[in-house]
Write a protein that binds this ligand. Structure first.
Ligand SMILES: C[S@@+](CC[C@H](N)C(=O)[O-])C[C@H]1O[C@@H](n2cnc3c(N)ncnc32)[C@H](O)[C@@H]1O
Length: 233
């Protein structure tokens, strides 16, 4: 981080921060829940709807999270950002937007700036699936269905659709955002980062980083399911 840290004006971005906003950082998220959380009337309406339906319909975001959709680019000048962190956000973007986002990250980073990404690991899930299916082939009796478990674990499948006849299912579909668009493994993402032009790209461990504040960023709850990649401009 030495190359970026001495510049006092440079920013630090936590992109797709969810509820884990970090003090002193620009925390960005595009959740619909942010709109609800920040508009008094809407919030009252949703609170009533939640009481009536006895269901949680939106997430209470902490103050200080800026609503921004990163598929629209990053609203910062070129070479103005020292560090970009993003945990479990990339898999929610369509494939084309992932590339666009990474190019934007490259543009706004100062030379020597660092991008750190944490993502759920497609490779680990695929290996677990292949291991399990092999056990079943060899006669292991189980009521568990390997394909179901694999597809569910990727969050790429659709278990049931929303329906206009069930408005609650529609609201939940729009607000929940838990489904994934694309999944990644470390080697695949590293190829893409190199193609974009990052000079140094590496796979690292939990809280093992070029970024001093990594202990504020990597979430313990994500540790076992994630791979971590760092790329230096
Ligand atoms: C699974 S949560 C991860 C939250 C937190 N970073 C973590 O690791 O637990 C994904 C977050 O990314 C946000 N997100 C998804 N697409 C986004 C986009 N296009 N622009 C900004 N944020 C986005 C979602 O609103 C959600 O809060």
């Amino acid at each position: 981080m030495a190359a970026a840290d001495h510049r006092q004006h440079v920013l630090k971005l936590n992109v797709g921060c969810g509820l884990d906003a970090v003090p002193g950082w620009e925390n960005l998220d595009n959740s619909w829940s942010l709109v609800v959380s920040s508009h008094g009337l809407l919030r009252v309406g949703f609170d009533i709807l939640e009481r009536v339906t006895r269901r949680r319909l939106y997430t209470r975001f902490p103050a200080g999270v800026r609503r921004h959709d990163v598929t629209k680019g990053l609203p910062y000048p070129s070479e103005s950002v020292a560090v970009i962190y993003s945990s479990h956000m990339l898999e929610h973007l369509p494939r084309r937007d992932v590339e666009r986002f990474l190019r934007e990250a490259y543009r706004v980073l100062v030379p020597g700036g660092v991008l750190r990404l944490a993502l759920p690991d497609l490779e680990r899930k695929a290996r677990a699936y292949l291991g399990f299916i092999e056990q079943v082939r060899q006669g292991c009796h189980t009521a568990r269905v390997p394909a179901d478990e694999f597809v569910r674990s990727t969050l790429l499948g659709l278990e049931e659709s929303w329906s206009l006849r069930n408005p609650i299912s529609l609201v939940r579909f729009l607000l929940a955002r838990e489904r994934h668009c694309w999944m990644w493994d470390a080697p695949s993402l590293m190829i893409l980062l190199r193609q974009i032009g990052f000079s140094e790209v590496r796979e690292t461990g939990f809280r093992e980083s070029w970024i001093d504040e990594v202990h504020l960023l990597d979430l313990e709850s994500r540790r076992d399911e994630s791979f971590y990649i760092e790329a230096r401009k």
